[in-house]
Design a protein around this ligand. Structure first.
Ligand code: HEC
Ligand code: HEC
Ligand code: HEC
Ligand code: HEC
Ligand code: HEC
Ligand code: HEC
Length: 301
């Protein structure tokens, strides 16, 4: 346990890279936005946003420190809007973070978001925020609302900390319940129903029945290790996973491609199709002097 907590601290410290920046971007916000913050948010998040409001002391989960730019600045506006309008459960966080849709118009929510952004240190830079959409269409529901955006995006936990086999084996692998519990025996142990579900699997000694999303047919073999060693980034094939709350199924031919093909425009083959694999292999061999196979038996055996 002790060793695991130390490991966690190291992961987080390394991921966040402690260190101050001397940027002095002027802070923009409106008095109206500050008034809304003071009325509705300060009791929990504190007068300056440090998560130390008078009501925070009694909560099992502490309100986020909104001034911590290392965490906050990577989150897209869409995430903040959703959390403020519909409350923590909309993004797998605690219902102790209430929704404010009934109190604020959309314009007011946008103002509050701008105010929250103005508290961040180092200062918020829109170009460094992750892109949306955070809930892409066609993402199947998972047994626990686990957000890559929170783990790999805000906290910047390394992909291979959880998908440990990617470098060594054919399958990247999913983290065990035990690995999740290495952090969540403590983090969110009380007050978050999604994390409570995780504790349930742990206590029943059951694996979490995650829905498998990226899958090639049985007659194809796809080795992660060769690709990771050849330094093809996870995102090249899977997209900006760290900006998502749910991962969409992307596969097979699609209507938009078919239409473009009909009018004679060259389009990239859809992900996970044979054309996609072969085209990248050709390109990598041409541009990076790689040795990616083009013979049938390399992928079919
Ligand atoms: C009753 C206490 C309470 C009030 C009032 C409250 N919050 Fe929170 N808020 C929380 C808690 C607790 C969390 C942490 C939830 C978690 O970690 O699961 C949180 C989390 C958040 C987050 C973190 C998620 C993210 O997007 O970074 C944001 C932003 C946030 N609150 C903004 C606000 C704003 C803006 C207001 C006022 C409109 C507000 N909160 C009012 C308790 C509160
Ligand atoms: C290295 C530490 C670490 C590991 C490993 C980890 N988490 Fe988290 N997790 C966090 C932190 C930090 C938060 C943010 C807590 C908060 O703000 O209340 C979080 C938040 C969550 C949340 C609520 C927000 C969301 O929607 O993601 C869920 C659910 C969750 N984790 C599930 C899991 C599961 C399931 C696993 C294993 C697959 C896991 N976590 C592994 C650190 C970790
Ligand atoms: C804290 C642990 C954790 C971290 C860090 C993490 N993942 Fe995951 N990943 C999971 C879990 C749990 C699932 C299964 C639930 C889901 O699909 O959201 C998953 C699912 C996936 C899937 C879909 C697997 C399938 O079923 O096809 C991909 C792709 C993926 N992760 C890539 C990444 C990438 C890329 C990164 C780094 C940017 C990353 N992951 C970081 C835990 C993690
Ligand atoms: C060259 C493209 C490519 C790269 C790079 C890649 N993946 Fe994958 N990934 C795939 C394909 C294709 C599948 C489906 C494999 C199958 O069905 O056997 C997949 C499946 C997965 C799965 C679910 C099945 C499994 O293997 O456990 C996870 C999780 C995953 N990838 C994570 C990652 C992570 C993390 C990285 C980076 C370290 C990464 N992938 C890099 C193409 C890629
Ligand atoms: C984004 C580019 C890219 C995509 C997409 C891609 N590959 Fe690769 N593939 C590579 C590179 C780079 C190598 C490594 C070549 C080297 O080591 O010289 C490789 C190597 C391989 C190897 C050889 C492994 C070995 O042990 O030598 C196989 C098999 C393979 N890929 C199968 C696939 C399959 C199946 C798909 C589609 C599902 C796919 N690849 C998609 C870039 C890609
Ligand atoms: C770089 C990897 C790769 C190579 C090389 C490759 N294939 Fe494939 N092949 C795939 C993948 C991935 C699929 C699955 C596509 C899908 O599900 O849409 C596939 C599917 C197929 C199918 C099924 C087609 C269908 O529509 O279901 C056949 C037949 C096939 N390949 C034959 C071949 C032959 C013959 C060669 C050699 C000339 C070859 N493949 C070379 C990756 C490869």
């Amino acid at each position: 346990m002790q060793a695991r907590l130390t490991a966690l601290a190291v992961v987080i410290v390394v991921a966040l890279g402690w260190g101050a920046s001397a940027d002095v971007t002027p802070k923009r916000t409106t008095p109206a936005a500050k008034a809304m913050y003071d009325q509705y948010c300060a009791a929990c998040h504190g007068p300056e946003g440090r998560g130390d409001g008078a009501s925070a002391a009694g909560l099992p989960i502490k309100p986020w420190n909104l001034t911590d730019g290392r965490l906050m600045n990577r989150l897209p506006d869409e995430f903040l809007v959703l959390t403020i309008e519909r409350g923590g459960p909309a993004v797998g966080l605690s219902p102790l973070m209430p929704g404010f849709k009934q109190y604020f118009s959309s314009a007011q929510v946008a103002e509050v978001v701008a105010y929250v952004r103005s508290l961040a240190e180092p200062p918020y830079d829109p170009s460094a925020a992750l892109p949306g959409p955070i809930y892409p269409p066609d993402a199947p529901a998972q047994p626990i609302l686990f957000g890559h955006l929170i783990h790999a995006g805000a906290y910047q936990i390394d992909c291979q900390y959880c998908h440990t086999e990617a470098r060594r084996a054919e399958f990247a692998g999913l983290p065990s319940v035990e690995k999740c519990m290495g952090c969540h025996k403590i983090i969110g142990a009380e007050g978050n129903p999604e994390i409570k579900k995780l504790h349930g699997y742990w206590e029943r000694k059951e694996p979490i029945p995650w829905v498998w999303i990226y899958k090639v047919p049985e007659f194809v073999s796809f080795p992660h290790n060769a690709h990771v060693r050849a330094e093809v980034a996870c995102q090249t094939c899977h997209g900006r996973i760290e900006s998502m709350m749910a991962i969409p199924a992307v596969r097979g031919p699609n209507l938009a491609n078919d239409a473009l093909n009909l009018v004679g425009l060259p389009v990239a083959p859809p992900r996970l199709s044979m054309g996609w694999c072969v085209e990248c292999h050709r390109e990598q061999n041409r541009t990076r002097g790689m040795n990616a196979p083009l013979d049938c038996t390399a992928c079919h055996h």
